[in-house]
Design a protein. Structure first.
Length: 276
């Protein structure tokens, strides 16, 4: 039943919602950045000529090639060919227009990737959810349920501020369904039979889970792997009247992919996941 519901939602989102959402986001970012994809077009060519800033790093051109390789695949190439065959010359115009709007979205995405970098302990920087084991295990504060933000590697970063912003949003959402945060658990006015569905990437998922479970986000970020489009299910247990705690029933479930003969992506994992 769950696999069927997810399949219907997936088809509906990809068919009717995703395209409109991406276009709207691209238009919004274009206006908010004052057409950054046009204003900085010349600057992008100048940056490409820059050399490596440090030994062992990559040049701007190498970074562009790595980014392009991760974004463009056979699906893009085949999709363009099919669009031209079915839509004719007019399809090229619309693809150009979408690419123009998508340029602003790509700029915002790359900017966010820079904002959430932290020192990697070796003189460089990494995303805070992609630290090497010898770095985060050497700072025990990172695994503390409280005070993890005091770890040396997180100083002079906005990780804690963003964590608080996301978790405050979660608490506000749950409060609208009758669950009010009280210390490490939630008070509930009455049993809620509704299902709340959140669509988000692993980083946000780890933050939400850590808040609900009262553990450090780094314990989840570096101790778990959730495949893209996997499903995690939590249930609000009310073993005491008026007191609720969210326990995990399913974490990173990919059975719907296997049932649909779809491969499980191991993106962001450094070992091939079990697909049996």
């Amino acid at each position: 039943m769950l696999a069927y519901v997810i399949s219907v939602l997936s088809n509906w989102l990809y068919t009717y919602i995703l395209v409109a959402l991406l276009l709207a986001a691209g238009l919004y970012f274009t206006l908010r950045t004052r057409f950054v994809q046009l204003r900085m077009f010349g600057e992008s060519f100048r940056v490409l000529r820059e050399e490596k800033h440090e030994e062992g790093g990559v040049s701007s051109f190498q970074a562009l090639m790595i980014s392009t390789a991760s974004r463009v695949g056979t699906g893009n190439i085949a999709g363009v060919s099919i669009a031209i065959c079915l839509g004719g010359v007019g399809a090229v115009f619309w693809m150009w227009l979408v690419a123009l709007l998508g340029g602003a979205s790509a700029f915002i995405e790359s900017t966010l990737a820079q904002i959430y970098k932290v020192p990697d302990g070796n003189g460089g920087t990494r995303l805070c959810w992609d630290l090497m084991p010898d770095v985060w295990t050497a700072q025990p504060e990172l695994l503390q349920p409280t005070g993890w933000e005091n770890a040396p590697i997180l100083q002079d970063t906005n990780v804690k501020a963003e964590y608080d912003r996301v978790t405050a949003g979660l608490d506000a959402l749950l409060a609208s369904y009758g669950y009010t945060r009280h210390g490490g658990y939630y008070n509930c006015r009455e049993t809620c039979e509704k299902t709340i569905v959140c669509f988000c990437h692993f980083g946000i998922t780890a933050v939400l889970l850590s808040h609900l479970w009262n553990v450090s986000p780094f314990a989840v970020l570096h101790g778990a792997f959730l495949a893209p489009s996997s499903v995690t299910v939590l249930n609000a247990e009310e073993r005491q009247p008026g007191v609720a705690y969210f326990r995990c029933q399913t974490m990173g479930d990919t059975s719907h992919l296997l049932m649909g003969s779809e491969p499980v992506s191991y993106y962001a994992s450094y070992a091939e996941p079990f697909q049996g």
